[in-house]
Write a protein that binds this ligand. Sequence first.
Ligand SMILES: [Zn+2]
Length: 325
Amino acid sequence: MRVVIISDFEGISGVHTFRQVIKEFGKPFEKAKTLITEDINAAVRGLKAAGATEIGVVDGHRWGNPPNIIDEKIEAGATVLRKKRERDDFIKSCDAQVLVGFHAMAGTKDGFLSHTFSSILGLALGLKGQYIGETAWCVWKGAYTGFPTIMVTGDAAVVREAKSFFPEITGVTVKTALSRTSAECLSLKKTRRMIEDVATHALKNLSQFKVLETPEPPIETDLVFASPGFTDPVAAIPGYRRKGDRWLSYTAKNWPELDEAFSMALRLALSQLVNLQENLSGVESEQVNRYVREFVCHVWESKFPPLPKLKTHREKQVQPKQPKL
Ligand SMILES: [Zn+2]
């Protein structure tokens, strides 16, 4: 039985400040790499106990660049899939997916480090008239490939969010946000035990998880950025339409087209920041690092700008599909 684990950082046990999830902060990040590795290991042990024979780990936080997991400390029986080709090949024939260390969507006030794909861009993502987060995105992406998502771990807000979209998903709450940038964590011993036990229980009951249909085409998406400055290069991509000075929309015929259009939008919007960094070339690297740290602090600590109301319309009920046995 083949299972893929997608990991993120904000919802990892023991992570309670943004300094732990950003490499540029140095020591706190280096220490937190052990925390993310151990949450993944707990899930690996649990999945193995339920019969998983192949476990692939996708280092999802900042697309694994720089790496967040200590690969050589991952439990035997699991492999961190660093190359795109390895990941694509592994995911093609998976039986289930597990999300470890996730966080709530942009704009969630009681979500620890809540954001959607990029906090620096201050991005919010709407799909068919409803804001969604990374959890729903990953669940649907897995469903499109043909497997169910059986478990999510993270703070109380992401577990609540996941269950509001997918009531059958199992959740492990490892912390509760005290504000968007601070959290009260349960003990590591307790959360790792819970992750292991819930992973075993969920995989043992795999037949009870449905492979969901992905949202019915045409798939209308809305991208709302914190600042109008990020929207210009995205508006130039064929298919994107402007709806406001920081708001763009795109309608996709199917999931792969949406995936491609969305990744391109993220890359181009982020390239605005790279331009900014290149303008700093020649400046002492210590100064650049200080600049990055200040910028990141500003992003996390500033208030998320209010989001526009998306047009909501009644969805056709999504029909669950029986899993392949
Ligand atoms: Zn994330």
